[in-house]
Design a protein around this ligand. Structure first.
Ligand code: SAM
Length: 240
């Protein structure tokens, strides 16, 4: 079968972020893109369906995480609000050594993820839960080296969703496009209350797709037991 995506484009652009992709990984990305477009006809997963755009705006964007932070072999990573698998599934294809949990509150999307993982021949822990509920469970709380999130919520609420999952000493990686500075300003009190500390902010241009910012938040102390709160409480009484 002919390739669906341009593997050479993906290989070249991923290399700009220090990510080397072998033929096996490129083939897996090809299957992933094909299934993404197929499934998207049945359930709404993404507005991005043109192969070169999938390569840049979904795959290379997800892989850019590796240029922002060193993720040691075998790290435990939770991708919160993974949707169609970004950045979590893309990270797993590039780094099958990672122990990845893909969490989302929408089971329909996770069924797609399960199908994709089976077709690309990789395993992850696929969890259908709301982050604010899972964050209060000992099965998930403070058990991950890294939490990632792209396009899920504003940084303040996202920190309440994600920081409880991270072990002290671990890192929450928040992927943002525009307005990262405003979000940092609005979220910094919450980050500190939740046991985090902003370590670094890395901004770069994702080809023609525009500016991207990866915010690295270190977990410097345990999250107080009352967080995360139910989302209605978060909305009514945001940390400020
Ligand atoms: N991260 C993916 C991406 O960048 O393409 C998906 C982004 S999509 C806009 C947001 C996703 O977060 C949705 O799949 C939604 O179901 C999920 N989500 C929203 N709130 C959540 C929560 N409280 N717990 C878990 N997942 C949540």
């Amino acid at each position: 079968m002919a390739d669906f995506i341009s593997k050479s484009l993906l290989k070249e652009k991923a290399a700009l972020y220090g990510v080397g992709l072998d033929e096996k990984a490129l083939e897996r990305f090809d299957i992933y893109a094909r299934l993404l477009v197929e499934w998207n006809e049945k359930i709404n997963l993404t507005a991005i369906t043109e192969p070169d755009e999938i390569v840049i705006k979904h795959f290379v964007d997800s892989l850019s995480i590796f240029s922002a932070v060193d993720i040691p072999v075998g790290s435990r990573v939770i991708d919160v609000g993974t949707g169609a698998g970004f950045p979590g599934v893309a990270m797993l294809i590039a780094r099958p050594d990672l122990d990845i949990t893909l969490m989302d509150s929408t089971n329909k999307k996770l069924n797609v993820i399960r199908d994709m993982l089976e077709n690309i021949g990789l395993e992850a822990n696929v969890v259908h839960k709301r982050a604010e509920e899972a964050g209060q469970s000992k099965d998930f709380r403070e058990s991950y080296d890294f939490a990632t999130a792209r396009a899920v919520s504003n940084l303040r609420d996202l920190s309440e969703f994600c920081l409880p999952f991270v072990k002290v000493g671990g890192t929450f990686i928040s992927m943002k496009s525009a307005k990262a500075d405003e979000e940092i300003e609005e979220g910094k009190k919450a980050i500190s209350v939740l046991g985090g500390r902003i370590r670094e902010k890395k901004t770069f241009n994702l080809e023609a797709a525009g500016e991207r910012t990866v915010i690295l938040i270190e977990k410097s102390s345990s999250t107080p037991a009352k967080y995360p709160r139910p989302s209605a409480k978060m909305a009514k009484n945001p940390i400020r």
